[in-house]
Design a protein around this ligand. Structure first.
Ligand code: SF4
Ligand code: FES
Length: 223
């Protein structure tokens, strides 16, 4: 594709469709202009993209690896496939790994993705290690934390920090598979800088953070 660019716009091809787009946008944004929706999990409109989940990967012709569409920016004459076999296989594997380790029973958007990509977490067998973080943390009147349901998307940490609230009550503990969202020194929420704004609950995509009222209704079987 060698058509010259005009008006400070560049040519790209997405899923076989050529179009002109601004030069400084991400692949995700360019795909939206082409009418193509790329799945995301860690991405949130109000937060700085951190590209930790990798569900949004796409194939960029000539690139050695798949690239995350939520942060990678388009370039002139890029040829991008958002739904190729390689892309779908990567997304399916990622979803299977997530679901084999984390309780996604209250993550309807991710469940829908699992159907879309035909993900089968049982492929990893009964020995697959699961997140076990010691049960629901119920230490304040406003919300509970159940990190067995946490996919480490980092949204809650970001919304609590510079992106929105500037409260910095949340961080993480441990490394690798054992990484866990946590308060400093694992203090109860009331002993931290948390102001109980509820933003972290609002951005959590898996039900790991939940308002206390809803949690209690669910325990009683009323919701
Ligand atoms: S608690 Fe929710 S928002 Fe925070 S990292 Fe885990 S899944 Fe993401
Ligand atoms: S949505 Fe792009 S890496 Fe998570």
């Amino acid at each position: 594709m060698t058509t010259p660019s005009h008006n400070n716009r560049i040519w790209i091809t997405i899923d076989g469709r050529s179009l002109q787009v601004p030069p400084d946008i991400t692949i995700r944004e360019a795909a939206a202009l082409a009418g193509v929706e790329i799945p995301t999990i860690c991405y949130h409109d109000a937060l700085t993209p951190n590209a930790v989940c990798r569900i949004c990967v796409v194939e960029w012709r000539g690139a050695r690896t798949l690239v995350p569409a939520c942060v990678a920016r388009v370039a002139d004459n890029a040829i991008i496939q958002t739904n190729s076999r390689r892309v779908r296989t990567a997304r399916r594997t990622l979803l299977e790994m997530l679901a084999s380790a984390v309780d996604l029973s209250q993550a309807p958007e991710i469940q829908a993705m699992m159907q879309e990509y035909d993900a089968d977490p049982d492929r990893f067998g009964p020995e697959a290690r699961r997140r076990e973080t010691g049960g629901v943390k119920d230490d304040n009147p406003f919300y509970v934390r159940d990190y067995d349901k946490c996919i480490l998307c980092w949204r809650c940490v970001q919304v609590c920090a510079e992106d929105v609230q500037h409260t910095f009550a949340l961080g993480f503990n441990h490394r690798g598979f054992d990484t866990e969202i946590a308060t400093f020194f694992n203090l109860g929420m009331k002993e931290t800088t948390c102001v109980f704004c509820g933003n972290c609950v609002g951005v959590c995509p898996t039900g790991a953070l939940k308002g206390k009222r809803l949690y209690e209704l669910e325990l009683r079987g009323d919701s």
